[in-house]
Write a protein that binds this ligand. Structure first.
Ligand code: ZN
Length: 472
């Protein structure tokens, strides 16, 4: 998963805002070539579900840590039964204060499928071109995964002695619904090994405008839960020459149509309220004014309608449900015996799956339409509060690197592996410090890319940030 806060950035094209300057000090250039090589190795290790090997990627990263001086005892490759290529790595740099809980750097190393013939360049070669890194996973999320590994290497090299332990978990299976998920597996089977006061993983990017100016650094404060529901009608059917009103397809399409015309109520929490309040000042104009009005009053229908024209903002304001699959009938000359639709909902934090199920049943409003839950990916959990302990260091490092660029909380309509760690009692935050282009940088799509400058600055940001957390 990777967020798309693109629409707001599009609104900023002409504003030229947020051009902070990030000075890399000389000592932080040390090891840049080594980092780049770690990043290259990760990108060039194919980790797609179809043809890739996460276990190999984990082994390669473990070898780098071992070369940096980590003992075998602090490096653990884990591979679940029946999933030989979906393994991962846990590593630890021990803290000096045993009474402190660890901090966990979490990253998935699997990537979305990419076919050479569809791409301009080989997706599994790290190519630097025109100020960008190209390749599958360059942005989602092998840059951050490589930075995590690089952090541990640098900490060791410096003889850094953190107060609390700094842990790393590289996992597989985040990108494919229904595939083996390493983060979920760890939460279930290796809970002690990844135990931490909190975890940091991918989340919401920094926003750039079209010219590459920094607009805002987003911090993921909450994310929605993805849940599928099935609408199904079964019927005795019959010969199509003798139609009757009781038709499975008609029952189904009427129910689906009622879903299409329904909007869940606007809901505000700290994440989207904070986002609207902060972005209203940056965006300005009609949209900015509407953001401020909705932040103050979610019942302001006119302002909500204006924001709803933007699909990103629309999704950030409420639970959404949409029909994604449809199948019905068995012959061109027969009345349908079965009709089925999949409704994919993205549930607002704190709303239960059952509440959405009840809403869908009442929308279906037809005893012939059975509304059920086909599968549950993981337990639902309320978002962890964005505490000053987590947020203040983000703000201070961001201020050092990018003075004047606001840090803005955000609610992510997608979902990350935080959905597995939060219910396991490890509050998980999406913090990257990686700025991406307003079009989203081809994440999950073609010709994925990220600015070279973004990766190197993100490396500095996450290095300094984890050091602060490590000394808390
Ligand atoms: Zn991702």
């Amino acid at each position: 998963m990777k967020p798309r806060a693109a629409a707001v950035a599009r609104a900023l094209l002409l504003l030229g805002l947020g051009a902070g300057s990030a000075a890399l000090s000389r000592d932080e250039d040390t090891g840049l070539a080594r980092f780049r090589d770690t990043y290259r190795e990760l990108v060039e290790t194919n980790t797609t579900l179809s043809a890739g090997d996460c276990t190999l990627a984990a082994q390669r990263m473990a070898a780098r840590l071992k070369a940096a001086g980590y003992p075998e005892a602090d490096l653990q490759i884990f591979v679940a039964d029946g999933h030989p290529k979906e393994g991962g790595l846990i590593a630890v740099l021990h803290g000096t204060d045993k009474s402190r809980k660890a901090i966990l750097m979490l990253a998935h190393v699997d990537v979305v499928e990419a076919r050479r013939e569809d791409w301009t360049r080989d997706p599994f070669t790290l190519i630097e071109d025109g100020g960008y890194f190209y390749g599958r996973g360059t942005a989602d999320m092998k840059a951050q995964a490589a930075i995590w590994v690089d952090n541990l290497v640098r900490f060791r090299e410096e003889g850094f002695r953190p107060r609390r332990s700094v842990k790393l978990a590289l996992t597989c299976g985040e990108e494919t619904n229904g595939a083996f998920n390493g983060a979920g597996w760890l939460a279930q089977h290796e809970r002690a090994a990844i135990d931490a006061e909190f975890a940091i993983t991918e989340g919401t990017d920094g926003l750039l405008d079209e010219k590459g100016n920094r607009v805002a650094l987003l911090v993921l404060a909450a994310e929605k839960v993805s849940q599928n529901y099935t609408f199904e009608v079964v019927n005795p059917g019959g010969h199509s020459s003798r139609p009757v009103p009781d038709n499975a397809i008609y029952h189904l399409v009427r129910a689906v149509d009622r879903v299409s015309r329904y909007e869940f109520p606007v809901q505000l929490d700290d994440a989207n309220r904070g986002y609207l309040a902060a972005m209203s000042k940056i965006v300005g104009g009609e949209q900015g004014a509407a953001m401020a009005r909705v932040a103050a009053n979610p019942l302001d229908a006119a302002a909500v309608a204006l924001l709803d024209r933007d699909k990103d903002l629309h999704a950030m304001l409420r639970t959404t449900c949409v029909a994604t699959l449809l199948s019905a009938g068995h012959a061109t000359n027969a009345l349908p015996q079965r009709a089925r639709a999949n409704i994919n909902c993205r549930i607002f934090p704190g709303v239960t799956r059952e509440a959405v199920l009840d809403e869908l049943k009442s929308l279906a409003d037809d005893p012939a339409v059975a509304v059920t839950v086909p599968e549950v990916r993981g337990p639902a959990a309320s978002p962890p509060p964005l505490t000053p302990q987590v947020l203040k260091p983000v703000e201070s490092v961001a201020h050092e690197l990018w003075p004047g660029v606001p840090v803005v909380p955000a609610l992510e309509p997608g979902a990350s592996d935080a959905q597995f760690l939060n219910p396991a009692g490890i509050p998980t935050y999406g913090i990257e410090g990686l700025f991406v282009d307003p079009d989203g940088g081809g994440i999950h799509g073609l010709n994925e890319r990220i600015r070279v400058r973004s990766v190197y600055e993100g490396r500095t940001f996450l290095y300094r940030l984890i050091k602060i957390y490590a000394m808390q």
